[in-house]
Design a protein. Structure first.
Ligand SMILES: [Zn+2]
Length: 290
């Protein structure tokens, strides 16, 4: 009986697949965003265990939505003292990034050897940073397509999220540990942080971008918006508007109710000290995204 039922079921599945293929050439989208893990044996077991815990937490807190343009991703990770063990898949890519080509995007996490030697929290925070970009891509096809640069907001959100994640799960202040080198241009000439090229020497570990993004949450709070909602606006709602290099200023004004120029002028009232803009120590990611 069971055997017969199984065959009927199988036949039904085959027919269904056949018909859905005929009806549409579209690839089926996974119900959930799928990561394929390529973790090299050079990584310590302790890190690998923590890696899966972190990804599990992120998938609950900010699940990347599966989209027709992207519903799965390979993650390649190894320790920097090993020479490019995934060369056949990702070429000469090193460091940490969401990188790739026309065919595929992947997450690369080459963890510097010293981060294990000195127990640096960056070996974990980098996972949250790169995952945030995957989340961002799932909200905005323009960001996925590379049609928006706007570094201070694309990286300022990922890097500040990284610190909030570390604050919540590891009780360390990564803002003060690694993101305090805010350049004076962040308040005097913030426009240069819209492009990577014009600000790469003034944005150590994205400190200046983090500063500008956090200052934006402060300006929103001055309008009576809660801290959690201010973060949700820059982490989620803005990306859902699918901004591009051409229209982001319009979307910015639409969502935040003040112009980019107004915001840049307001930055001039700040000193380039991260302490003036860091979020509450008790802010919770689940309350930002609920
Ligand atoms: Zn980034």
């Amino acid at each position: 009986m069971f055997y017969k039922m199984k065959n009927i079921l199988r036949l039904f599945v085959i027919i269904t697949i056949h018909f859905s293929c005929q009806e549409s050439e579209q690839e089926t989208i996974n119900e959930k965003f799928i990561f394929n893990y390529n973790l090299h044996e050079s990584l310590p077991n302790e890190w690998v265990t923590e890696f899966y815990t972190i990804i599990g937490n992120l998938e609950i807190l900010i699940p990347a939505k599966p989209r027709s343009y992207q519903n799965n991703m390979n993650i390649y990770s190894w320790v920097s003292n090993i020479d490019k063990p995934f060369k056949k898949n990702i070429g000469n890519t090193t460091g940490a990034c969401i990188c790739g080509n026309d065919k595929e995007r992947y997450m690369v996490l080459e963890i510097p050897e010293n981060e294990f030697k000195f127990n640096q929290i960056h070996r974990y925070s980098v996972i949250a940073h790169e995952y945030f970009h995957v989340y961002q891509m799932s909200l905005s096809k323009s960001f996925f397509d590379g049609d928006i640069e706007l570094k201070w907001l694309t990286e300022g959100t990922a890097a500040s999220f990284e610190s909030i994640f570390i604050q919540q799960f590891y009780e360390k202040n990564y803002f003060l540990e690694a993101q305090t080198e805010v350049d004076i241009s962040a308040v005097s000439n913030p426009k240069i942080f819209e492009k990577f090229n014009s600000s790469s020497d003034k944005d150590q570990n994205y400190s200046s971008s983090v500063f500008i993004a956090l200052a934006l949450t402060k300006e929103l709070q001055k309008k009576g918006i809660s801290e959690e909602k201010a973060f949700r606006l820059i982490y989620k709602d803005f990306w859902e508007l699918n901004p591009t290099d051409n229209n982001w200023k319009i979307k910015f004004e639409q969502l935040f109710s003040f112009t980019v120029e107004h915001f840049y002028t307001k930055l001039g009232d700040y000193t380039n000290d991260l302490n003036n803009v860091i979020p509450s120590e008790n802010i919770k990611i689940e309350n930002i995204f609920n």
